[in-house]
Design a binder for this molecule. Structure first.
Ligand code: FAD
Length: 424
């Protein structure tokens, strides 16, 4: 399994060779590439395509936020391990690249027949190829009693920024002996180990504040979860008695929440006067993908595993959390890996570069405590039906503390490498 550096450097190198445009292609009018969403998926495509097109493409990034906070690593802020400012990135460096324009608006509608995107301000942007990486939408109705209005009282922090800062303040205000209830989502969702890393980081913040009598109850929609034995071992070791995980067979189902009384009702028990309720709801592809009719039965967008194109669409690519990535988990690492296929396909079609080399990969680290990081990784291949896992790796229960520390360093290196490549 390659390291983070090998992946990023290898990606750039293979993309450069595959994308190298032929001279006659450059002589024609500039083809238009429109990218919706400047997060991990969209910014990765932009980075790769703009680097090799060197001005030969007219690239427009549509992204409403002027600065974004990465969801990846936001749990570390909750644990008091990272400052929020280190997770925020603007788009100035992207806007300075040759041939790139950044428009800070949201895409409101897609007309795939006319190959146009309409923005919320009414402007219309034409495309030859459209890349959609709008991330997720939260299904507010999936937890009875919860709503957009209730998200201040019971934050989700599953999109990062103001919600992350709010959740951090609320964790810090939990008294010793206080109760935190986390509602964990059903599959598929953004970052499978994310809720459990978050519980670890909540316990870390409480422990650092000497509030070890506080309790975190996770009411899960799933019978099992990513890296479960590793997390449960780590919880015993670092935070004994603080984190209780309940599968549906134990709680019987979440019946509803009441923000006014900070209550969570399950089939088995009602939790009242919780100091904090963190609702992580069911998720779907971002709204623009739903409204464009690109989502399937599970709320995410079916794609051609060989090209990352939306099924049935020749000029629209969908990657990142919004797509149905088969066996690939929804992660920034996956989105970056998918971006290489998208970028190579675009260069192949618009600039006469080589056909895409397909090598999907993922590696997700989770911090259980400072210096104690575990990972899960995989290599994937396209098949007609889906992107399928062909090899996997995972941290061991008997790894030495030194190995865990090295994992933490690798993870830091991955974050710094990815974000500086994309935004700085
Ligand atoms: P995003 O990064 O969310 O980007 C989507 C962008 O699209 C946003 O900037 C949004 O403003 C924009 N957008 C949305 N709608 C529109 C529209 N209509 N018009 C224009 N723009 C629009 N992944 C890892 O690899 N490693 C980790 O350790 C990790 N930890 C995580 C921890 C947590 C708590 C969470 C929640 C996630 C974590 N992830 C991690 C997952 C990672 O954040 C996502 O998988 C990744 O950000 C997905 O990239 P994306 O481009 O699909 O979506």
């Amino acid at each position: 399994m390659p390291t983070r550096r090998q992946v990023i450097i290898g990606a750039a190198a293979s993309a450069v060779s595959a994308l190298a445009p032929s001279a006659p292609a450059i002589a024609r009018a500039k083809p238009k590439v429109v990218i919706v969403g400047g997060g991990a998926g969209g910014a990765s495509v932009l980075n790769l395509v703009s680097a090799v097109a060197r001005g030969a493409l007219d690239i427009t990034l549509i992204e409403p936020q002027r600065a974004l906070t990465t969801c990846y690593y936001s749990n570390l802020h909750l644990g008091g391990v990272r400052e929020m400012e280190t997770l925020r990135f603007g788009f100035d460096a992207i806007a300075a690249r040759p041939g790139v324009s950044v428009v800070h608006e949201a895409a409101a509608a897609i007309d795939s027949g006319k190959r146009e995107v309409r923005l919320t301000n009414g402007a219309v942007v034409a495309y030859d190829r459209l890349v959609l990486s709008p991330g997720i939408a939260l299904d507010y109705a999936s937890v009875p009693g919860w709503s957009r209005e209730a998200e201040d009282a019971m934050p989700h922090a599953w999109t990062a920024g103001a919600q992350t800062a709010l959740l951090k303040r609320r964790i810090d205000a939990v008294p010793d002996g206080g109760l935190i209830v986390m509602i964990a989502p059903p599959n598929p969702y953004r970052c499978p180990p994310g809720p459990y890393e978050r519980a670890s980081m909540m316990a870390q913040a409480l422990t650092k504040a000497s509030k070890t009598r506080a309790r975190i109850v996770i009411l899960d929609a799933k019978d099992k979860f990513s890296k479960q034995p590793l997390f449960q071992q780590g919880w015993e070791q670092h935070y004994p008695g603080m984190i209780e995980w309940q599968p549906p067979a134990v709680h019987g189902g979440v019946k509803g929440v009441i923000a006014a009384t900070m209550s969570v009702e399950t089939d088995f028990e009602t939790y009242r006067d919780a100091a904090l309720v963190n609702v992580i709801p069911k998720q779907t592809a971002g709204r623009i993908a739903i409204e464009a009719g690109l989502t399937g039965a599970n709320g995410f967008c079916p794609i051609d595993p060989f090209t990352m194109k939306a099924r049935g669409h020749n000029a629209i690519f969908i990657l990142g959390d919004a797509c149905d990535g088969g066996d690939m988990p929804k992660s920034a690492f996956s989105a970056n890996s998918q971006a290489q296929v998208v970028a190579e396909a675009i260069a192949h079609e618009l600039l006469g570069g080589a056909a895409p080399q397909i090598a999907y990969r993922n590696k997700c680290w989770s911090l259980i405590a400072p210096g104690d990081s575990v990972f899960v990784g995989g290599e994937y291949e396209p098949t007609e039906a889906k992107i399928r896992e062909k090899a996997g790796e995972i941290s061991g229960l008997r790894d030495t503390p030194e190995t865990r520390r090295t994992n933490a360093e690798d993870s830091e290196g991955w974050y710094a490498g990815l974000t500086s490549t994309l935004y700085l």
